[in-house]
Each structure stands twice: as structure tokens, then as C-alpha cells.
Write a protein that binds this ligand. Sequence first.
Ligand SMILES: NC(=O)c1ccc[n+]([C@@H]2O[C@H](COP(=O)([O-])OP(=O)(O)OC[C@H]3O[C@@H](n4cnc5c(N)ncnc54)[C@H](O)[C@@H]3O)[C@@H](O)[C@H]2O)c1
Length: 269
Amino acid sequence: MGGGLAEVAARAGCDVVVRSRSQDSADAMLASLDKRLDKLVSKDKLDDDTRNDILGRITATSDLHAVADCDLIIESVVEDLAIKRTLFETLDGVAKPDAILATNTSTLPVVEMAMATLHPHRVCGIHFFNPAPMMSLVEIVRPITADDETIASAVTFAEQCGKDAVVVEDRAGFVVNALLFPYLNNAVRMLEQGTASMDDIDTAMQGGCNFPMGPFALLDLVGLDTSVSILDALYDEFRDPNYAAVPTRRRMVAAGHLGRKTRRGFRTY
Ligand SMILES: NC(=O)c1ccc[n+]([C@@H]2O[C@H](COP(=O)([O-])OP(=O)(O)OC[C@H]3O[C@@H](n4cnc5c(N)ncnc54)[C@H](O)[C@@H]3O)[C@@H](O)[C@H]2O)c1
């Protein structure tokens, strides 16, 4: 997600600093963006000058202090509240006082990240969808601690990125994932019950609901680890059995079958 967010913001004309824990992974992200943009140029979907402008706006670094002058900082690290809280605490000491600190979390309570900082009023969620350059929606998540100015700035940023912004209260799953994940979870349950094959369930949901892809293709795209974390957060909040991750999925995560990112999930890539 981090690479996709950098591309979206740079395309919108923002100067972007991508910070990873190692210089190697920051450089790898930039190299993969370079490759993606080259592909678009070769298909005549992007001209050379625009490609160079986008790449020219992005700096890749492992130094967290490189974000000190940024007006907006969006974290997109692994979906783990303790890790995100620690990052927010650290960012609070690095960012300029009026910077907005945002999380790309899919489900975690944004208020908990806000309260890890000394400036909870300027923390909100800016939730992009995967792949960020292609998906038109952004959920702007308003924790009870955020002020109106922070939310308005986040909406303006999303619109500057060419996205449709919806403002949503800070509840696990926000709008989209709270509705989507019980469906994905029940698709796995249905497969285990032998109702239909994986391919047929995917075909049925594509053709029957006009979805661009079926549930298993989507789970492999989202990542099995990320999707189990999302369900756990939903279950913690609502205790609804539809949110209780089907056990097979935890076994797949334990085996490293995470989906497209490990080239093996429900399918092999
Ligand atoms: N995958 C999706 O479809 C999707 C969609 C929207 C939002 N998100 C959200 O984006 C965030 C990232 O998800 P992802 O799918 O890109 O996950 P990912 O596993 O692909 O990437 C997570 C990144 O976090 C880094 N990381 C892990 N531990 C870290 C730590 N202790 N400190 C700093 N960095 C650390 C990893 O090196 C990796 O680069 C999550 O909050 C997720 O909920 C994901």
C-alpha cells in the first residue's frame, strides 16, 4: 500500500517522502514504481515527461527525520495496533507542530493512535483502497479527538488526489470493510462446506453481482495476513460471529500462504 500511496500523492503534484525501515526496501519501492510507470509509458497511457515529474517528486529514505517538514504524514505499516501506536508516538516528536498525522489502517481504532501523540486533534484516518492508484474511494476516518480543520484538510487532500472522499466515524471496518469482510469470510466457509468450488464461487460473484473479481481473488489481492487482522479487529469490536475468521485462514497465514505478495494464497501466482 505504501508504494501506491506515494504514487497517488506524487501524481497529484505533492512532494513525497517515502520512509521505510531500510534504505533497501525504500529503494525497492521506488524501483517497482519506476517499472509500473514505464509499463504505462510503453502502453501510451502516460507520457515520458509526466513519468519523470512523478518520480522527481519522490524521495526514498530510511531516515524518519526526513518527514520533519511534511504537512501530512500517512503511515501504512503492518496492521498491528501496538506497532502503529509506537510509530505515532515517535512521529509526534519528529513532525512539525501543525502537521496532520494519518493512518491508512483498514480497521484499527484511530483514536488509540491519536492518543499515543501529544496532539490528538490533528490525527485522523485516510484509508485508501488497494491498488491505491486505481481505486476511486478514500474513507476519511474521524476519531472523536480530531478537530474539524484536520478532517477538512484530509478531505481536500483526498480530492486533490482525484478520489471520492467519504467521512466516516471511527468504528472498526469503517463502511467498506465492515460490509465486505463478512462476505469474504463466508465465502471461505462456503468453500469448506462444499457448496461449490473456489472457481465457481468466484465466477458466481463476478457474474451474479457484477463484481470485478470473486472473493478468493480479492482475498489473495488483499493478503491473507492483512485480512485476518481486519477480521480480528472487527470481531473484537462487534463480537459478531460473521467476523470470526474461519480457522483455515489462520493456518494459511502460519504457512506463509499470504496471497499474491508471497505468490501463494488460495491460488498460486
Ligand atoms: N492490503 C490491502 O488491501 C490494504 C488496503 C487498504 C489499507 N491497508 C492498510 O495498509 C497498511 C499496510 O498494509 P499492507 O497490505 O500494505 O501490508 P504489507 O504487509 O504489504 O506491508 C506492511 C509494511 O509494514 C512494514 N512493517 C512491518 N513491521 C513494521 C514496523 N514494526 N515498523 C515499520 N514498518 C513495519 C513492512 O516492512 C511492510 O513494508 C495496513 O494498515 C492495512 O490495514 C491495506
